[in-house]
Design a protein around this ligand. Sequence first.
Ligand SMILES: [Zn+2]
Length: 66
Amino acid sequence: MVDLDSVVTCPECGHRATEIMPTDCCLYFYDCTGCGKLIKPKPGDCCVFCSYGTRPCPPKQTGACD
Ligand SMILES: [Zn+2]
């Protein structure tokens, strides 16, 4: 069972937002709903949820992430 909700914490302003993650792809870019900045993953991470979310993205959870 894959959990799709993740709380993303913005590295720029610290704003936290609960987002529903897409199951079939990694979300590389994320617009912060607090400061409006475009957030990218940390080097080595496949998506913003892996870098800044409370749980890794669905492909990572299921082992399907390249
Ligand atoms: Zn922000």
